[in-house]
Design a protein around this ligand. Structure first.
Ligand code: 8YV
Length: 267
């Protein structure tokens, strides 16, 4: 059997259903009941970056061979446990890079040129009451990118938690009132309370956020701010990209069960 941990693109679920004996974890009100009843029959797990797979789940699936995850991030999968038990892990790298990079530029422009705020201004009829305030130019600005390329990943593997709260008070202060923070990676990279106080106190110009520390919770303080743009973790969420990601998830499972080399092994 294949266990689906959370909702994925309909296409992926349909294909999994056609090919395997598919169990959807959320169909079972009590996870523990499902695991006792069916745990031993599960050979593969499919999830997304946000669903992960912790050591408790892995231990409850004694015959698990592979975790095929839709998404590039594997930060919520207990990789040490997987290595110990010889469980393979695949993700969907590269195919979503364009999508996330495109949205990052979208977020930057939305934030600096205050596109969402301007839209609200027109809708509310305030345009008729006066001029809109001026915004910030993007062309020519310095852009700092903190990310996990091939080398960054190698470093992160050596030093776990290397990226936790990497954007702290010091970095935020360095950005300053004319600086903007975009987070399209992981919520935990940013010290959220520090970000909030910097925004409230005017020590940071603004923030464009696709991810949060405790999704889907978004801190109340952010909701009232005009100089933030808030997105519901949609970096890779287009029909085109999610379909290619789904094919990669399916391709990895198929390769595994045919005893062929995995297409995109993480471990
Ligand atoms: C997803 C992501 O949330 O790739 C990642 O790491 O965060 C996103 O693409 C998701 O897992 C897609 O299903």
């Amino acid at each position: 059997g294949v266990l689906l941990l959370s909702q994925v693109a309909p296409y992926l679920e349909q294909e999994l259903n056609k090919r395997y004996n598919l169990f959807r974890l959320w169909d079972y009100p009590k996870k523990s009941h499902f695991l006792t009843q069916h745990g031993a029959s599960i050979r593969a797990v499919v999830g997304r970056s946000t669903s992960g797979a912790d050591s408790e789940l892995i231990d409850a699936l004694p015959n698990l061979e592979i975790i095929s995850s839709s998404g590039v991030g594997v930060d919520k999968i207990d990789l040490i446990k997987c290595k110990e038990k010889g469980i393979r892990v695949t993700n969907t790298p590269d195919v979503l890079t364009d999508e996330v990079a495109d949205l990052t530029i979208g977020l930057i422009l939305a934030l600096l040129r205050r596109i969402c705020e301007c839209d609200r201004y027109v809708r509310s009829g305030n345009w008729k009451r006066g001029d809109y305030k001026l915004t910030s130019k993007f062309s020519g600005k310095t852009v700092g990118i903190i990310g996990l390329g091939r080398i960054g990943t190698a470093i992160a593997k050596r030093a776990e938690e290397e990226t936790h709260h990497i954007i702290n008070r010091e970095v935020i202060s360095a950005l300053g009132p004319k600086g903007f923070l975009i987070n399209i990676g992981r919520g935990k990279h940013v010290d959220e309370p520090e970000l909030i106080s910097a925004l409230l106190e005017g020590r940071l110009g603004g923030a464009g956020l696709d991810v949060f520390e405790n999704e889907p919770h978004v801190p109340e303080e952010l909701l009232g701010l005009e100089n933030v743009v808030l997105l519901p973790h949609i970096g890779s969420a287009t029909v085109e990209t999610r379909t290619v990601m789904a094919d990669l998830v399916l391709g990895n499972l198929e390769a595994h069960f045919l005893g062929k080399p995995l297409l995109t092994p993480f471990i």
